[in-house]
Design a protein around this ligand. Structure first.
Ligand SMILES: O=C(O)CCC(=O)C(=O)O
Ligand SMILES: [Fe+2]
Length: 350
């Protein structure tokens, strides 16, 4: 675990966000959030409101799920295509790469490297149009309840962060982002990269998650203590990735493409990937296996027809409009199309 004293990204404390007397506190939280995103591309959030007990339980249950046989997990397999974005995607079944600092050829090459990870997509239980897929309760007692408890609790984190972003940017209606994101659209990805021969990752024959920026506006990522998540500072554009070292009791933000459009480039989508973890997690000796890694990535999403365009507060003579209006549906569809034409395989949702 990383140290809270020397974090690689700023840590923003949300403890006082919910204090009814805390108007000044809210403003200072919002400012630290926006300043941190602008200086480093992302921040950790502490006192985010999800109890550590629930986070641990969700990791424990997720680990049990992923240790079931593929034949069992097949019962909740993600249907082909993206119409129903729920269920389990097997090892190597999707590819998140959509970004490269070194041009299209490098992107194609890295996209051709299989992602050795599995995923379970879970949404709100109030979405009859997109029902969740669950194993019979007796197969994994308590799994559904724990994952849905986590889904429910994580709602508060994205709601608070969306509110703080609106306030920190100085929107006339600071609740604009919060009100635009219906919580029933929130989406949890339970991600697992199993142990793998270290040499496979070191040689580049396999990867965990390719470099990408998210299509969804915002995600909060809870990671176990393995490590490997890295981010590049989008304001520097130098291709340097920094380890997002796991720090206990925190989650970390990723701002996606819509935030760059809304804020006319004031905030930026952060390029990130899951790379080979630090040496300690690759193990020496004959086995040379890299430890498995679990993460819980929780996304705030929008109704597909939502139009995204630079907000008036972010456009003036010094900051001319950089983006045309586009719906979130188009952001996803154009992203998938671009990726599928390059790789011809199922791509990641985020
Ligand atoms: O597993 C992680 O830490 C990153 C997940 C992620 O970036 C995504 O699902 O878009
Ligand atoms: Fe992502």
């Amino acid at each position: 675990m990383g140290s809270i004293d020397q974090p690689p990204f700023p840590i923003v404390d949300f403890a006082k966000w919910h204090d009814p007397q805390g108007k000044d506190d809210r403003l200072s939280i919002a400012k630290s959030l926006v300043d941190g995103c602008r200086s480093h591309g992302s921040v950790y959030v502490i006192n985010h409101g999800v109890s550590q007990e629930l986070v641990s339980k969700a990791f424990d249950m997720s680990s049990r799920f992923y240790h079931l046989s593929d034949a069992v997990k097949e019962q909740v397999a993600h249907p082909p295509g993206m119409e129903i974005h729920r269920g389990w995607t097997k090892l190597g079944g999707e590819n998140a790469s959509n970004y490269s600092f070194d041009g299209l050829e490098k992107l194609k090459q890295s996209a051709a490297v299989p992602e050795k990870r599995e995923c379970l997509d879970v949404g709100s239980d109030e979405r009859p149009d997109m029902p969740n897929m669950w194993l019979p309760e007796q197969t994994l007692p308590g799994f559904r309840e724990t994952i849905m408890d986590f889904h429910q609790e994580a709602r508060g984190v994205v709601t608070a962060v969306l509110g703080a972003l609106g306030l920190g940017i100085g929107l006339r209606d600071p609740d604009y982002f919060t009100n635009l994101h219906p919580p029933i659209r929130n989406h949890l990805r339970v991600l697992y990269s199993p142990p793998i021969p270290a040499a496979e990752l070191e040689s580049g024959a396999a990867k965990r998650m390719g470099t990408h920026t998210d299509f969804s506006p915002l995600a909060v990522i809870f990671q176990d203590d393995c490590g490997g998540l890295q981010m590049a500072n989008p304001y520097k554009n130098d291709g340097v990735f920094t380890d997002v070292t796991p720090i206990e009791s925190t989650c970390v933000l990723t701002l996606g493409q819509p935030f760059e459009r809304w804020t006319n480039g004031f905030l930026k989508a952060v390029p990130h990937r899951v790379a080979i973890p630090p040496r300690a997690d690759r193990f020496d000796g004959a086995e040379r296996m890299t430890r498995g890694r679990l993460s819980l990535a929780y996304f705030a999403d929008l109704v597909p027809d939502t139009v995204i365009e630079p907000l008036p507060e972010c456009v003036d003579d010094g900051h001319p409009r950089l983006f045309d209006p586009v719906t979130i549906r188009e952001i996803f569809q154009n992203g998938y199309k671009m990726m599928e034409s390059r790789y011809g395989e199922k791509v990641s949702s985020s």
